[in-house]
Design a protein around this ligand. Structure first.
Ligand SMILES: [Zn+2]
Length: 131
């Protein structure tokens, strides 16, 4: 009986340590469920990525891994992209990554298809121009 009384709290303690990180994951998942629009908007996600890249860039520059010229060029590009995303967010436009090509229009049925598609999503015709 004493063996049982001693091991049970130890097992409970070990389980608690093991499962502790997952409790945090569940809490974060609950938070994202409260804001479904924020969690699944690709434009907002892109904004987060760009802002994080700017911070990473700044960090690497301070660490001396980037020359001033490289830092200025890369930071300019990122700031331009961030500004474009913020403009789109402000305008409430459909989320398209900055610098994306315009949608391809099908020659057979004139449906608009995302740039980069090789075949029309509506009729299946090839979207690639004959070379
Ligand atoms: Zn088509």
């Amino acid at each position: 009986m004493t063996w049982f009384a001693l091991t049970l709290p130890l097992i409970a303690l070990a389980l608690g340590f093991t499962l502790w990180p997952y409790a945090g994951v569940r809490r974060r998942a609950d938070a994202s469920r409260l804001e479904p629009d924020l969690a699944y908007d690709p434009l907002l996600e892109r904004k987060e990525v760009v802002l994080r890249n700017i911070l990473d860039l700044e960090f690497e520059h301070r660490m001396g891994k980037l020359s001033d010229a490289d830092y200025a060029a890369a930071r300019g590009d990122l700031e331009e992209e961030a500004a474009a995303i913020l403009d789109q967010l402000a305008a409430g436009a459909a989320p398209t990554p900055a610098g994306a090509k315009p949608p391809a229009v099908c020659g057979a049925c004139s449906a608009a298809n995302p740039a980069g598609n090789r075949f029309c999503g509506a009729c299946g015709a090839s979207l690639e121009k004959p070379r």
